[in-house]
Design a protein around this ligand. Structure first.
Ligand code: DC
Length: 189
């Protein structure tokens, strides 16, 4: 069967990655979690001690950085497995900040478009249907209330041994990041 590209957009913790993984495994497609790419960029910026608003320095660091997402959902930063580290609360906040930077978006969008060139991709994020894969044959918007999303994230964190935030903190964070992602200047969600 002819392969298509599928775009899934929606706010944090709505279940985009969970659904994308299932669909990818059913159809033999490649799943690309673009949020993980912004998270990995934020992780690197923090590792280097960079100011999260310093577009120039973050972009220069990103330019020489290898970000790999494996079919089993692992994320590697220059060969180092950062799959769990990038899910921490501190990184969620930092990712929302670096994702505001125009040149960071340009760099990551170009990587995402390259990966999707050969079709058969299911990509999730915030700007997939509108910017990254404008021509995607199928575009889905997946959302849920902030409370339902905080509940999912809290349970996921418990399962993964990430115990750095209470349910109330996660809910407050989700609401704050929703606001930040929706009101940024570049590719507002
Ligand atoms: O989906 P997530 O929580 O893993 O995304 C992390 C951050 O990256 C979030 O603040 C939104 C941002 N993001 C984005 O701006 N564009 C995307 N395509 C994916 C994520």
């Amino acid at each position: 069967m002819k392969k298509i590209n599928i775009a899934i957009d929606g706010p944090s913790a709505a279940g985009k990655s969970t659904i994308s993984k299932k669909v990818a495994s059913e159809l033999g497609y490649v799943h690309l979690d673009t949020g993980a790419m912004y998270r990995t960029c934020a992780y690197k910026a923090l590792q280097l001690g960079l100011d999260l608003e310093d577009e120039e320095k973050i972009c220069n660091a990103l330019a020489g950085t290898k970000i790999e997402l494996t079919p089993d959902g692992k994320v590697f930063l220059d060969g180092e497995d950062v799959s769990l580290d990038i899910r921490k609360d501190e990184i969620s906040k930092a990712a929302s900040l670096v994702s505001k930077l125009k040149r960071v978006r340009e760099d990551l969008v170009a990587r995402q478009q390259k990966i999707a060139e050969n079709k058969g991709i299911i990509m999730d994020g915030r700007d997939i249907g509108t910017v990254v894969l404008k021509d995607a044959e199928l575009k889905i918007y997946l959302t849920a209330s902030a409370k339902a999303r905080a509940d999912r994230r809290y349970k996921q964190n418990q399962e993964n041994g990430i115990l750095d935030a209470t349910y109330e903190e996660i809910l407050a964070d989700i609401e704050q990041r929703d606001y930040q992602d929706m009101h940024r200047e570049n590719s507002p969600f």
